[in-house]
Design a protein around this ligand. Structure first.
Ligand SMILES: Cc1cc2nc3c(=O)[nH]c(=O)nc-3n(C[C@H](O)[C@H](O)[C@H](O)COP(=O)(O)O)c2cc1C
Length: 328
């Protein structure tokens, strides 16, 4: 039997209330929105259902002031959820139109990526020793079709070494700080977690018994060495590294970036290509600047690696009732 905090993944399209009231149909789409990835699985989103539309809000009560002080990752996560919503909407016969408060309108992709929503997950443990075929990388890149947003692949050893060094320095700086460790440690979960959010340690390959004491140890001690070791593996052994950059650098751009990212991830999932993320250097102004000089294509938003990886157990999700704003 599926535990409550994993039930969101059991959604079945056969349960779509095709002949039900519009409110029920829109609510059903949200069951797919909440399966989106989010920086340490905070699921920082709220939804309001209207007559023929859904408003998506950033839930700033789930912000991480020391880990993500600008809320860049938080807004990108909201963009990921909007992407899932648009993909699910198109699949169930709506013609979804997305618009941001500025009037910018990210255009949903044309492909049916819907089946990939439930298959997608982040890889945090290790990649298989296999290269991604070039045509797949080209196809993934085609999903980045928003103006002012760029995807750069960094497949060669030299670029990987530079990124691994950048990520290591970010970990060394951040994990030396108690506030940072506490802020992130609050979102680490033991392997038998019953919480509806946060990151269960099995996703990082941590054994069950070790996972029990790990969140407390992470908060107390500087564990940058094992963290750097894990991330270095995910960087050196991936098929390619990638960086998303943008012309602008504000919360609506971050949301657009998340929208594009999730479309890219769903397309990658179709080919069993998985991603791992390295937000840390972007969270530090001086390392973000260094990365900006290296990539030379606007403001860096996210470093991630892509590789072939086996499917794994998903992470928990909050129940729909927790993220829907009740209207009077
Ligand atoms: C914008 C964004 C940034 C992220 N940054 C990191 C990161 O720096 N390190 C990491 O291990 N995971 C990162 N993640 C992955 C989340 O931890 C993951 O999405 C979440 O735990 C839910 O798991 P799932 O993606 O497998 O559903 C990021 C996800 C998003 C959307």
């Amino acid at each position: 039997m599926t535990a409550n905090n994993y039930k969101a993944w059991d959604v079945s399209e056969a349960d779509y209330p095709a002949n039900g009231p519009m409110e029920e149909r829109l609510k059903f789409l949200l069951r797919y929105a909440i399966l989106a990835p989010s920086g340490p699985n905070t699921q920082p989103w709220k939804y309001a259902i209207h007559d023929h539309s859904i408003s998506v809000f950033a839930d700033l009560s789930r912000a991480l002031p020391f880990v993500d002080p600008s809320n860049r990752t938080l807004y990108m996560s909201v963009g990921c959820a909007i992407a899932n919503l648009a993909v699910a909407g198109a699949h169930f016969g709506f013609a979804p139109k997305v618009s941001l408060p500025s009037g910018r309108r990210p255009v949903p992709g044309q492909d049916d990526l819907f089946p990939q929503i439930q298959r997608r997950h982040t890889t945090k443990d290790r990649y298989e020793n296999a290269e991604i075929e070039p045509f797949i990388l080209e196809e993934i890149e085609r999903n980045i079709n928003l103006p002012g947003l760029y995807l750069s692949y960094l497949p060669d050893k030299d670029a990987k070494a530079k990124m691994a060094d950048l990520v290591s320095r970010a970990h060394q700086t951040q994990l030396a700080k108690k506030e940072f460790r506490h802020n992130l440690g609050d979102w680490l979960r033991g392997n038998w977690t019953t919480e509806p959010d946060g990151m269960p340690l099995y996703t990082f390959g941590v054994p069950d018994v070790v996972s029990l004491g790990f969140p407390a140890a992470f908060k107390e001690f500087d564990l940058s060495l094992p963290v750097i070791y894990r991330d270095s593996g995910l960087i050196h052994d991936c098929s390619t590294l990638a960086v998303l950059t943008t012309d602008q650098d504000d919360k609506q751009t971050w949301t657009m970036c998340g929208f594009a990212l999730e479309n890219l991830l769903l397309r990658a999932t179709f080919y069993d290509v998985r991603a791992s993320f390295f937000s840390q250097p972007i969270g530090l102004a001086y390392l973000r600047e260094e990365l900006k000089m290296q990539v030379n294509r606007g403001h860096p938003q996210l470093i991630f690696s892509l590789g072939m990886a086996k499917p794994m157990r998903p992470s928990p999700r909050r129940p729909l009732e927790d993220v829907i704003i009740k209207q009077s």
